[in-house]
Design a protein around this ligand. Structure first.
Ligand code: FDA
Length: 321
């Protein structure tokens, strides 16, 4: 990441965590230009409706109820209830939907046991929906900052041991991910591979775009190895980087992985044409579709991923004035 991109990302994270700005923007309208670019709806019903429509268009959804780094038990319970409600609504159709979850939404920042109990409740609801509908849903654990990686992996393993449908996100910017991924391959787990939306020091992380991309490809080789095929490991490559996408499609074909035995995942509102093109080429594509009213921090982090988004932010703020 160059200096301009890094400064832009830092500025957006600063704005995302500014409480007054967040309250002002969110109160004004959930349907502002910014929210509607990255968010599929305000309520569970709207989120599920957009997810079902995506499915009809041949794109698999991953549903995410917005909110992060929660410390308040009431807000945590409300978030868990929304995710369970979304999982229950999925029991009505023959769908393939991921319910994405940030561990800090379930209480990881305040009480590890609470987080584990909540994660099990959601995974049970997702599992029950699979049984009711013949669906192939799964609870996907998102990965947050580097201090939470070990705990998040432990929560994943606990749920997997209970035979519940669970997957986990691993980040290519972290040096430890090679070992973490190898363990997950041995377990025959389901992993979403991302570059990482966080930054860390060079002793634990790759810090340049070039080194992160290089590591992403090295990790993709592990995810598409013979061992991965033997253990039943399943990979989701979550990136909008067309150079990586092209190389992974080539690598998978060269190693005999049929489209559909792995998947690609992108964010709602980002490079949609690329997602549609991949789907048209016969690849399995999923779109991460957030819903809910707490959209400001999420949208700002998305804006921070590309300085080209400056115009979008200016428009959103001007339309607020
Ligand atoms: P890169 O940033 O190089 O972008 C490639 C191209 O896409 C560029 O042209 C760029 O301009 C464009 N692009 C990318 N993001 C854009 C945006 N927001 N708006 C407009 N254009 C954009 N991270 C994490 O730490 N934990 C997690 O759990 C997740 N979960 C997750 C799920 C899914 C489905 C995705 C796609 C991503 C995540 N991420 C994540 C975020 C991820 O780590 C990373 O920050 C972003 O995907 C951006 O990196 P890319 O690999 O897309 O490449």
């Amino acid at each position: 990441m160059n200096l301009r991109s890094r400064l832009w990302q830092k500025a957006m994270i600063g704005l995302a965590t500014n409480r007054r700005m967040k309250d002002a923007m969110q109160q004004w309208a959930t349907a502002s230009r910014l929210a509607s670019r990255y968010v599929g709806g305000g309520t569970v019903e709207e989120g599920v409706r957009v997810a079902v429509n995506l499915h009809t268009d041949g794109i698999k959804p991953s549903l995410f109820y917005l909110g992060e780094y929660l410390h308040d038990r009431v807000a945590i319970e409300e978030t868990v209830a929304k995710k369970i409600c979304a999982a229950q609504l999925l029991g009505k159709g023959d769908l393939d939907v991921h319910v994405s979850v940030d561990p800090t939404q379930l209480g990881l920042s305040i009480d590890r046991d609470l987080c584990e109990r909540n994660a099990i409740r959601i995974a049970e609801a997702v599992g029950a929906s699979c049984q009711r509908s013949n669906g192939t849903h799964c609870m996907m654990l998102d990965m947050e900052d580097d201090e939470l990686v070990t705990a998040t992996i432990e929560v994943h393993d606990l749920i997997q041991q209970q035979g519940l449908p669970v997957a986990i996100t691993l980040q290519a910017y972290l040096r430890r991910t090679k070992d973490d991924l190898q363990t997950k391959v041995q377990q025959g787990a389901k992993v979403r591979l991302v570059k990482g939306a966080f930054a860390a020091n060079s002793d634990i992380a790759y810090t340049s775009s070039r080194s992160i991309r290089k590591n992403y490809l090295a990790l993709s080789e592990i995810a598409l190895s013979n061992e991965a095929r033997e253990t039943g490991f399943y990979a989701s490559f979550a990136t909008h980087d067309h150079i990586l996408l092209k190389e992974i499609v080539r690598m998978a074909a060269a190693r005999g992985w049929e489209p559909g035995t792995y998947e690609f995942e992108m964010l709602y509102g980002v490079r949609s044409q690329l997602a549609e093109q991949l789907a048209a080429d016969g690849q399995k594509v999923r779109v991460y579709m957030p819903f809910g009213t707490d959209w400001w921090p999420y949208a700002l982090r998305r804006l921070g991923e590309s300085p080209k988004n400056l115009l979008l932010l200016v428009r959103a703020i001007l339309s607020r004035a």
